[in-house]
Design a protein around this ligand. Structure first.
Ligand SMILES: C[S@@+](CC[C@H](N)C(=O)[O-])C[C@H]1O[C@@H](n2cnc3c(N)ncnc32)[C@H](O)[C@@H]1O
Length: 184
């Protein structure tokens, strides 16, 4: 049996997403999470995905077409997601921080805009909704975004948000760190 950290994140989120839900992939990349959200929400659901790179929209469109799925693909920064949805209508928002695999590493997510996007996302989430953040660090990603995001998470009111951070003690080389935030 083989399980990746992405599989693990999907397994957790499956418990919180139902057919017909509205979900957001805040970092579309190659569309793996967009496809996952489409599969969970079904034909009656709605999925929107953001990225700042045309290449990500192209990869994702092709991936969805291959699986007979559709989503709204938005070429815009996730820090503007509040412009696109009504507050408290979204069940799940996924962030997969870092750079587009095989793409320009300079076009990676940045702590400042990521944190702005989390704030926007919290207003959009329904009570009982969930946000996942997968943080990459080390290598070209460095540690700045991870450290700033972790500091930011400490400031969230524990009466409003249940914040979970996970790690993988037997994995080498700074494995990605999943965070789950439930809006209470
Ligand atoms: C690690 S990749 C995402 C991987 C993706 N979830 C997948 O399944 O392939 C991170 C993505 O975030 C995008 N990104 C960087 N800054 C962004 C921003 N401000 N808003 C939205 N996307 C951004 C990058 O272009 C990159 O495609």
């Amino acid at each position: 049996m083989r399980i990746t950290i992405t599989d693990w994140i999907h397994k957790v989120l499956e418990n919180y997403i139902s057919l017909g839900d509205l979900c957001i992939d805040a970092t579309m990349g190659k569309g793996n999470d967009t496809l996952f959200l489409c599969q969970q929400t079904g034909r009656t659901g709605e999925v929107s995905a953001f990225d700042i790179q045309e290449a990500a929209l192209k990869f994702t469109k092709e991936k969805l077409e291959k699986h007979g799925m559709t989503a709204e693909l938005i070429l815009d920064g996730h820090e503007h997601m509040g412009n696109y949805f009504q507050s408290e209508t979204v069940q799940c928002i996924m962030f997969n921080l870092g750079y587009l695999p095989g793409g320009d590493h300079h076009l990676a997510t940045k702590a400042e805009t990521s944190i702005q996007a989390f704030e926007e996302g919290f207003s959009l989430l329904k009570p009982g909704g969930i946000m996942s953040i997968c943080i990459y660090s080390g290598g070209d990603s460095g540690f700045e975004e991870r450290d700033q995001v972790l500091e930011y998470l400490k400031t969230l009111d524990d009466k409003k948000y249940f914040v979970v951070r996970q790690d993988f003690p037997n994995k080498a080389n700074h494995p990605p760190m999943p965070i789950f935030i439930l809006k209470l």
